[in-house]
Design a protein around this ligand. Structure first.
Ligand SMILES: [Mn+2]
Length: 282
């Protein structure tokens, strides 16, 4: 880990990452300030940007590597929190039965993000099968308070009918939009997403953002949810270079996807994560 980065544990035992204070004092200097800092009166009281990562016990390593890729590149304070279904059930926040079409444990629990952020400020949800290649601050700078949510608005129909280790792949409008979402948690419309609604509403209602009008859904460039096997890099066009790679079909943590496109980048990150863990033990 870089010497400018400070990682510590908050009272819940989750890792809190603070960047060098000299870095976040410059956040509001370039036109549009990152909204997470907009309400802070001094740089020392800046609340960390909350990033909720969908957690599935079958993909623990994917989660760790995703978190590592965020923490080692960020220049703003962030808090990376796993959304664990077992914990939500224990806490009485999640009780719906698992449906046959749910390929991960966070298929529905992801929509608790605004609730978990106390309906305050902006927070992000992201699947665990992402690898970040750049500073998350760049994404925060795209935040626009006029939207209730912001995401990459993919328009595609996946060719595969199964994903990862054989789980069924379903096809529906706005497929993959919900895999990385910036939530304006304080937006009145997002109050709809109570635990009761998240536990009872249909997949269509939730994954297609049907609690919102179209104009309340902001767009983020596709490079922030670069779908392996679908999105393509165009040579000499930096606007197509991925900033966050999404191994939506399965990543190198599954034997079958060891050699997938961009798999080498994930393996490299995993090796760096392992090295960092060894250092912690020493
Ligand atoms: Mn995914």
């Amino acid at each position: 880990m870089s010497s400018t980065l400070v990682a510590s544990l908050n009272p819940n035992g989750e890792e809190v990452k603070s960047a060098n204070p000299t870095l976040h004092s410059s956040n509001s200097s370039n036109g549009k300030p990152c909204s997470i800092n907009a309400t802070a009166t001094t740089t020392t009281t800046t609340k960390p940007f909350k990033i909720f990562v969908g957690y599935d016990p079958r993909e623990d390593l994917a989660f760790e590597v995703c978190r590592h890729s965020i923490l080692t590149r960020t220049s703003i304070p962030v808090e990376v929190l796993p959304i664990k279904q077992s914990e939500l059930r224990q806490n009485g926040l999640y009780w719906r039965e698992r449906g046959k079409l749910e390929s991960t444990e966070f298929s529905f629990s992801r929509f608790l993000t605004p609730y978990l952020a106390n309906y305050e400020g902006w927070a992000m949800f992201v699947d665990c099968d992402f690898l970040y290649l750049v500073d998350i601050k760049e994404l925060c700078q795209l935040i626009d308070d006029k939207f209730a949510v912001m995401c990459v608005q993919h328009d595609y129909t996946p060719k595969e009918t199964t994903k990862m280790d054989g789980a069924v792949q379903t096809v529906y409008p706005r497929k993959n939009w919900s895999s990385m979402v910036l939530y304006n948690c304080g937006h009145p419309k997002n109050r709809v997403l109570t635990p009761e609604v998240v536990n009872s509403e249909s997949g269509a209602f939730l994954h297609r953002f049907q609690w919102l009008d179209d104009h309340e859904i902001g767009a983020v460039p596709f490079v922030w949810n670069f779908l392996v096997g679908h999105n393509k890099v165009v040579e000499n066009d930096p606007t197509t270079f991925p900033k966050a790679i999404h191994y939506t079909l399965g990543g190198p943590w599954f034997e079958a996807w060891k050699n997938c496109e961009f798999g080498d980048l994930w393996i490299k990150e995993m090796e760096e994560y392992n090295k960092a863990m060894e250092k912690k033990v020493d």
